[in-house]
Design a binder for this molecule. Structure first.
Ligand SMILES: Nc1ncnc2c1ncn2[C@@H]1O[C@H](COP(=O)(O)OP(=O)(O)OP(=O)(O)O)[C@@H](O)[C@H]1O
Length: 228
């Protein structure tokens, strides 16, 4: 089954009284387990599309489906449920909590999942902290880590709730090229192992080449697509 279906999606932002078209008729189907990137120059609509898939915003026209739910029809409570159970987010600026250590940052999104026992929580945090190679840094605060290590904490934090989709808006933008590619390779390894769908955006051609499918956006439309 398709994990994400985008049908004739348009998104306009209002800038004062002027309407700015950010997406202009996008159609896209993403299957479960894909490792896909959104490419395109600044302003082409990558973040807007990721925000719609992440249920952080609603399209002006058209439909966004996550699994079998059309998200534009859902109330805030149902959107919250989808966001917290089906989707993991990784941000350009990591968004870690400075006062929490590595272990606690990874654990944090699980604390609202009352159905996950303390034992299961510990097992999951331990598993994903190991998967991103940070077990030896468990007690460190984000300020004591390198950029690449911080982004690995963010990857583990996005995965700990076992979402079916992970969204990453320019996850390598603040990393040097080598660390950026290592981060993408880590995401790819998890994609292969866990079957999690990854959708990320990038400007960097070296990073984009690591994806199995590249969707090129231009002026709010899909211009071209490449598949490995
Ligand atoms: N909140 C907003 N209000 C008004 N216009 C916006 C808003 N967010 C985005 N836009 C406009 O929508 C268009 C698409 O922006 P978007 O951020 O989706 O592009 P992007 O490809 O992610 O760019 P970048 O690579 O710089 O992040 C741009 O013209 C942008 O200026």
């Amino acid at each position: 089954m398709a994990t994400v279906t985008i049908k004739q999606v348009e998104k306009d932002y209002m800038l004062g009284k002027t309407s700015v078209p950010a997406l202009r008729g996008v159609n896209l189907t993403i299957e479960a387990g894909e490792f896909l990137t959104l490419a395109g120059s600044s302003g082409s609509g990558k973040s807007t599309l990721l925000n719609l898939i992440g249920c952080l915003d609603q399209p002006t026209r058209g439909e966004v489906w996550i699994g079998d739910a059309q998200v534009s029809n859902l109330k805030e409570k149902q959107l919250n449920f989808i966001r917290s159970t089906m989707i993991g987010f990784i941000f350009q600026s990591y968004n870690l909590i400075p006062v929490l250590n590595v272990y606690e940052n990874i654990e944090f999104p699980l604390l609202i999942h009352k159905d996950v026992s303390a034992e299961e929580r510990k097992a999951r945090v331990t598993y994903f902290m190991d998967a991103v190679g940070l077990t030896s840094q468990a007690q460190k605060k984000p300020s004591e880590l390198s950029g690449g290590q911080r982004q690995r904490v963010a990857v583990a934090r996005a995965l700990v709730t076992k979402p079916s989709i992970v969204l990453a808006d320019e996850p390598t933008a603040n990393l040097d090229s080598k660390t950026g590619i290592e981060t993408i390779e880590l995401m790819q390894e998890i994609n292969r192992k866990e079957g999690t769908t990854f959708i990320f955006s990038t400007h960097d051609p070296k990073v984009m080449q690591r994806a199995d499918r590249i969707i090129y956006l231009e002026d709010g439309m899909i211009k071209q697509e490449e598949q490995e």
